[in-house]
Design a protein around this ligand. Structure first.
Ligand SMILES: NC(=O)c1ccc[n+]([C@@H]2O[C@H](COP(=O)([O-])OP(=O)(O)OC[C@H]3O[C@@H](n4cnc5c(N)ncnc54)[C@H](OP(=O)(O)O)[C@@H]3O)[C@@H](O)[C@H]2O)c1
Length: 255
């Protein structure tokens, strides 16, 4: 019951917490990084390059999460900048889509999707695990997708990689629970980010807004909608949550 009043002050709930957000240079990752910064966290964002919406109050670390070397460098630079780690958000992800279906997805695109959406999270978690174990408030949040449970042949590689990320996260949650490291998943539905908007706009046969027919709440998600749930899971408000997968999707998977 200690410290209850500060737990209820959301504007300060991440004071003293150190966070790494991959893919934090834009889109959902930038919103997550900004949400943590706004509540007092020290934040490192990692991506291959900055953008004009990269949170300026965050420390930027450049690297490619698809390779072991890239992940090692990101982990080392992050721990040097922050002196430890409490919150890891594995958000970098995505893939190209192949309207011809799963059989048309080239082998190298499968490798790329698995490296970006699955192996990156595994490697980075392993690289920072000693720091997380040393934290008194350690939390890992992996950003998956409703695609993990809603089959879509043109992105079969992405669906499979995210489904594997979900299974890995549940397994890790149980394994790490005794050490106090919580592991949870947020699965966004269609969120308005420039890259996702472009994909939906150019996808053959489904005009832009037609994607909304699958979203009962009738709008695309905002990046803040995802960031808010990540903040809940990463904060003390979520201290008895581990192994959960929150679908933040305007009701899409409730159908
Ligand atoms: N937007 C949606 O509708 C939606 C729906 C479901 C799930 N998601 C998931 O949510 C996450 C974020 O999606 P988003 O729409 O915000 O994506 P986004 O706008 O395309 O941003 C992706 C971020 O990841 C970084 N990134 C990409 N490849 C990287 C690499 N190889 N190494 C390091 N960083 C890399 C990008 O920066 P650089 O390119 O400079 O590296 C950028 O910061 C992804 O995991 C995605 O699968 C999104």
């Amino acid at each position: 019951m200690s410290n209850m009043s500060s737990k209820l002050d959301l504007s300060k709930e991440f004071v003293g917490r150190r966070a790494l957000v991959t893919g934090g240079s834009r889109g959902i990752g930038a919103a997550i990084a900004q949400r943590l910064l706004d509540a007092g966290a020290k934040v490192v964002v990692a991506a291959r390059s900055r953008s004009d919406v990269t949170p300026t109050a965050a420390t930027f670390v450049s690297g490619d999460v698809r390779t072991s070397e890239g992940v090692k460098a990101i982990a080392a630079e992050t721990l040097e900048a922050l002196g430890g780690l409490d919150i890891l958000v594995n958000n970098a992800g995505g893939s190209r889509v192949f309207p011809g279906g799963s059989a048309t997805i080239p082998e190298e695109e499968w490798q790329d999707a698995l490296a970006l959406n699955l192996l990156s999270a595994i490697r980075l978690t392993n690289a920072v695990l000693p720091a997380l174990r040393a934290s008194k408030a350690a939390s890992v949040v992996n950003i998956s997708s409703t695609a993990a449970t809603m089959p879509f042949g043109p992105a079969a590689h992405y669906c499979a990689a995210k489904a594997a990320l979900d299974a890995y996260s549940r397994t890790l949650a149980v394994e790490l629970a005794p050490s106090g490291v919580r592991v949870n998943v947020v699965s966004p539905g269609p969120v308005a980010t420039p890259s996702a908007d472009e994909l939906r706009r150019t996808y053959p046969g489904i005009p832009g807004d037609a994607w909304l027919q699958w979203v009962p709440l009738g709008r695309f998600g905002a990046t803040d909608d995802i960031a808010e749930v990540v903040a809940l899971l990463a904060s003390d408000r979520g201290k008895w949550l581990t192994g959960v997968n929150y679908r933040v999707d305007g009701g899409m998977t409730a159908r």
